[in-house]
Design a protein around this ligand. Structure first.
Ligand code: SIN
Ligand code: MN
Length: 235
């Protein structure tokens, strides 16, 4: 699947790197209206490239930290935000990591932003991300049921999607409804899968119940899982 030249120019991306990231997968499963699973979207080669990028970002000078949420609890993932920083105490986006080390959030690499736009388009939606939250799950990593609703109200109202990319061990991803008590379904998100939720599903509750340890491609040498969620409206 090619990336439109216009989109590449928009992000000033390097086509060569994108060529390695983009897969030819055409599978598209609409789990709920406007919530689309793209199984096997990334080739193994692309997954390897992305895993290396995630590792480099996470171990860099503005790398992993474990967020502490409003109630004082620690999240069960390590995190780095790109483009803007999501403050886990205030649930707001900001330029610097004021709840951690005060450093500016690293830039969102244009080629990763373009990949997310391409995946949104593959799901029939449109996204020009300005932020990516990169999470690293250990074997016992998980994330409680929550809504992604800290982006700009216009973005939420317009149903501009979240694009999620998974690398490493398969996750039991839980997708609920628009209230916390609605019934949920489980989607297994494997390495290389995309999941796009926008439109009528933009505010669905979701979370990660658990990983299936040891299920990621061994070539990637990941113990656990990377997940990238690309969002628009963090400014
Ligand atoms: C998130 O909801 O921010 C992350 C979801 C995932 O790890 O699949
Ligand atoms: Mn979320």
């Amino acid at each position: 699947m090619g990336v439109p030249a216009q989109r590449l120019r928009g992000f000033g991306a390097q086509p060569r790197l994108l060529d390695r990231l983009a897969s030819m997968s055409a599978r598209r499963i609409e789990v709920c209206p406007d919530a689309v699973h793209l199984p096997g979207y990334l080739t193994l080669d692309a997954q390897r490239t992305l895993a290396e990028r995630c590792r480099a970002i996470g171990t860099g000078p503005t790398g992993w930290y474990v967020p502490t949420v409003r109630g004082g609890g620690k999240m069960r993932v390590r995190m780095v935000c790109l483009g803007r920083h999501w403050n886990a105490r205030t649930y707001r986006y900001e330029a610097v990591r004021s709840d951690h080390d005060g450093r500016p959030a690293p830039a969102l690499p244009p080629d990763l932003a373009a990949l997310a736009s391409e995946m949104a388009a593959a799901a029939g939606m449109r996204l020009l991300p300005d932020v990516c939250i990169l999470n690293c799950y250990g074997a016992d990593g998980k994330m409680g049921l929550h809504q992604d609703k800290d982006e700009h109200p216009d973005t939420l109202a317009a149903g501009v999607p979240i694009v999620s990319v998974s690398i490493g061990d398969t996750a039991k991803f839980i997708l609920g409804g628009l209230t916390r008590r609605d019934p949920t379904t489980m989607v297994l998100l494997a390495s290389g899968d995309g999941f796009v939720f926008g439109g009528r599903s933009r505010l669905r509750y979701h979370g990660v119940a658990a990983l299936l340890p040891g299920t990621g491609p061994p070539e990637l040498e990941i113990e656990g899982r990377f997940n990238l969620t690309f969002r628009q409206g963090a400014a």
